[in-house]
Design a protein around this ligand. Structure first.
Ligand code: PHE
Length: 352
């Protein structure tokens, strides 16, 4: 019995060591681990059968079986480690022709692109860029630009009024009502107060109107004001600046058309159109067959505005215009709904 057991152990050990030596992949060493040390391990069987032997025999066969097991275990471990540290050309193989892993980088919103285009064209014509607060006093948004309280013109722009916290010892200034500015014209008198003509500026910025939204109306949008004040500024200057700007912005020669209109802060006041960027003025579906596209409001700065800024009446003349930046972006990129801009829909913004 004892001799037979000895042979079995030696045979098992030799077979295992041979198999380990022959293995040359981690898959094979793993298979061997399962065969020799898994649930049905032959070493376990041997150790279990020791119970049938006499004490004397157990003392001899037990250590023999144990050391055989340890020897095989160590050989397997050494082989596995050797294979692990080996360079495996197959798994290291790289397909250099495979398409790259695309990194998505951020990009500018179409409105920022348009704003930067506008700023570039105007600064190249010698204009400066001015800025003002979005939460504005009633004075700069309305009174200063010749829209007195109770004047029906205040209703032309539906306004978000801010609730003021006024205590009984608030100063007169603090009692002032605040609004979310309804137009960038609110920056006109702020700028005039701090500067002496001549100057030419543009004022790009966000404005707010309390109105129902639809494909062409948003409660929050962007305008861009142009203001030129000097000794002898005329409608001809306005036309020439407008024509230069729009032709550069759309990359083709465009014509400007003025129509009489009313804005309290200009006299005379106009609505102005550009020749259709799509058909060049012949008439098409983009311009409802008229050949013209409506752009915005403009006019010669009302003397009351210049007086509100502290200038003497009739000392200077100037022109101003204002219109929606979204509208310009929509025309340039053929966007059909103004609500896309603030929708946060990445499928929209990704296109630019
Ligand atoms: N502020 C006017 C508006 O928002 C536009 C405008 C600006 C008109 C300057 C004339 C001159 O409707």
């Amino acid at each position: 019995m004892m001799g037979y057991m000895k042979d079995t152990i030696t045979q098992l050990k030799n077979t295992a060591l041979e198999a380990i030596a022959a293995a040359n992949s981690l898959k094979e060493t793993e298979e061997l681990r399962i065969i020799y040390f898994g649930k049905k391990s032959p070493f376990t069987d041997i150790l279990k059968s020791l119970k049938n032997l006499s004490t004397e025999e157990k003392r001899k066969i037990g250590p023999l079986a144990n050391s055989a097991k340890i020897e095989v275990q160590e050989a397997l471990k050494a082989k596995t480690e050797a294979l692990e540290s080996q360079f495996d050309a197959e798994s290291e193989w790289i397909d250099v022709t495979a398409p790259g892993d695309k990194k998505n980088s951020g990009h500018l919103s179409p409105l920022t692109i348009v704003q930067r285009d506008i700023e570039e064209i105007f600064t190249s014509m010698g204009f400066e860029i001015a800025d003002g607060p979005e939460v504005e006093t009633e004075f700069y948004n309305f009174d200063a630009v010749n829209v007195p309280a109770d004047h029906p013109a205040r209703d032309m722009q539906d306004t978000f009024w801010a609730k003021n916290a006024v205590s009984k010892d608030s100063s007169e200034k603090e009692c002032e009502q605040f609004v979310l500015r309804t137009h960038t014209s609110s920056v006109q008198v702020r700028y005039m107060e701090l500067h002496t003509p001549p100057y030419r500026i543009i004022i790009p910025g966000r404005v707010f109107r309390q109105e129902a939204t639809d494909a062409s109306h948003e409660h929050t949008f962007h305008q861009f004001e142009a203001l030129v004040v000097g000794d002898d500024v005329s409608v001809a200057n306005f036309l020439s600046v407008a024509e230069t700007f729009f032709s550069q912005f759309f990359g083709k020669k465009l014509k400007i058309r003025l129509r009489p209109s009313y804005f309290p802060f200009v006299e005379p006041g106009f609505e102005f159109d550009i020749s259709c960027t799509n058909c060049g003025g012949k008439g098409c579906s983009s311009c409802q067959q008229t050949g013209w596209l409506e752009i915005g409001g403009a006019g010669m700065v009302h003397q009351n505005v210049l007086v509100a800024a502290g200038y003497e009446r009739d000392q200077y003349t100037g022109f101003a215009w204002g219109f929606g930046m979204e509208r310009l972006a929509m025309m340039k990129y053929k966007i059909d709904d103004v609500r896309h801009f603030h929708s946060g829909d990445i499928r929209f913004t990704k296109q630019f």
